[in-house]
Design a protein around this ligand. Structure first.
Ligand code: FDA
Length: 421
């Protein structure tokens, strides 16, 4: 009989284990992960450097119930997170963007430190949890599954976990930290949702977020593969109303679009199926660019659109949009306006997203209304706690998703251990 079994040894589960151990040093804690090697997602995060957090994290950086998210974030601030990593032996540095990385620039440093912090926690890998069965409550003493156990039996809930190898694990508390469905080969294959459902929770219609977007094969933008630029993207309704705007680095690829700004807006495109537009000259509007070109053509009759915009957009994009470099004075008004629109208001015909195999996170999940946010305890199942990406919380690019994992994992681990007796 374990006191606490944590299902999932990702960022949230490892954090929960560390804090459960600190809170109840004598407790029997087991960390179960289906993957043969744990921490795959931490190791690939941030391009192998692991963007641990951001110097400013607020609930506005997330989708989901923001008041509820704020409650959890407040329990473990960025400053506390930085101090905690320092304690674990990981010094973080802030980059210009506000993102925090380990000074080693190696995600391995972060994983090793978290694993080091789990000393005293039993870690079992290679077998997934396939079922979680609450035991019927029979009052004090019913938690004694192991007659030979030297630990005194205690009242309270208990649960039995079924593993893929046919074995079972009996435990007084379960922390469900199985993540979402993004990059299933890392172990996060969405099987935790079935466990949550079996314990009385609902799970929203999950979909990929922070995911590259695919264009029709042969679309002219795919010929710019490898080119990146600062762009502003917007998702609009057919009425033209702008749902959301994001600005940042965009990358053309052989299949379509990627880069931070594309990943950030992908969720909104998927959720609304709206129309995606790009402004390759952020800050310019149709009118401002049109005025600039008219002024330049009056000032210099030999000026071309390329000569006016050179240096402001990548040459390959410039050539793709402008085509033949005719002097502005020789271009008709309609043609000039068409080109201006192509720079500041290009519709991008996205065919689909790249799916969970390429998504950094999963949108939707177990609703926060089903969680007691003071403890991360389930409101549906006694003895169960949830944390991390399995919940209906997803943040933008920049370290926010890990901050959610650290904060919710810490709260779940601490509470599960504190409320043992
Ligand atoms: P996570 O998915 O990390 O862990 C879940 C664990 O549960 C896995 O180890 C899995 O094997 C295990 N599991 C699942 N089902 C199980 C079962 N039935 N039985 C047993 N075990 C089971 N975020 C950020 O803030 N900064 C960044 O730099 C990046 N970079 C990044 C890059 C890439 C490529 C990806 C895919 C994601 C990111 N992220 C990120 C997002 C971040 O990695 C993610 O939000 C957290 O890892 C989520 O942590 P969790 O612990 O909730 O789930």
């Amino acid at each position: 009989m374990y006191d606490i079994a944590i299902i999932g040894a990702g960022a949230a589960g490892l954090t929960a284990a560390i804090f459960a151990r600190r809170t109840a040093p004598d407790a029997r804690i087991v960390l179960l992960d289906g993957a043969p090697k744990i921490g795959a997602k931490i190791l690939i995060a941030g391009g192998g450097r692991c963007n641990v957090t951001h110097d400013v994290v607020t609930s506005d950086d997330f989708n989901g119930n923001r008041n509820a998210i704020a409650k959890v974030l407040r329990t473990f601030t960025v400053a506390q997170t930085v101090a905690w990593f320092e304690e674990l032996g990981v010094t973080l540095k802030r980059e210009e963007t506000g993102k925090l990385f380990p000074t080693t620039d190696r995600a391995r440093t972060v994983l090793d430190a978290l694993l080091g912090g789990c000393e005293g926690v039993e870690i079992r890998t290679g077998h997934k949890v396939v079922s979680c069965q609450p035991e019927r409550s029979e009052g004090p003493g019913r938690a004694a599954h192991d007659a030979s156990a030297s630990r005194p039996t205690r009242p309270g809930p208990s649960l039995t976990l079924g593993m893929t190898d046919g074995s079972t694990v009996h435990t007084r508390r379960v922390i469900l930290a199985t993540g979402g469905r993004s990059i299933p080969k890392t172990g996060s294959d969405g099987s935790g949702y079935a466990l949550a459902r079996s314990l009385g929770h609902t799970v929203g219609k999950v979909f990929p977020a922070l995911v590259p977007l695919v264009l029709e094969a042969g679309h002219w933008m795919t010929s710019l593969s490898g080119t990146s630029l600062d762009a502003e993207l917007s998702v609009r309704a057919t009425s033209g109303r702008v749902h959301v705007r994001h600005r940042g680095s965009m990358l053309f690829t052989h299949f379509g679009l990627s880069g931070p700004v594309v990943l950030d807006i992908s969720r909104d495109w998927i959720a609304t199926r709206g129309l995606l537009f790009a402004n390759f000259l952020p800050g310019e509007t149709f009118e401002s660019l049109e005025n600039t070109l008219v002024r330049e053509s009056q000032r210099n009759p030999r000026a071309t659109i390329a000569s006016v915009l050179r240096g402001r957009v990548p040459e390959r994009l410039l050539n793709a949009i402008v085509g033949e470099p005719l002097p502005l004075a020789k271009i008709t008004k309609d043609e000039r306006r068409r080109i201006v629109r192509a720079f500041v208001e290009t519709p991008i015909p996205v065919v689909r997203d790249r799916g969970f195999d390429f998504a950094e996170v999963t949108a939707d999940g177990v609703p926060l209304t089903e969680i007691d946010l003071a403890t991360m305890a389930s409101r549906r199942c006694d003895g169960l706690y949830l944390c991390g990406e399995i919940l209906d919380v997803d943040g933008r690019i920049g370290g926010y998703n890990f901050q959610w994992a650290w904060a919710s994992g810490r709260l779940a681990g601490t509470s599960a251990a504190r409320l043992l007796d």
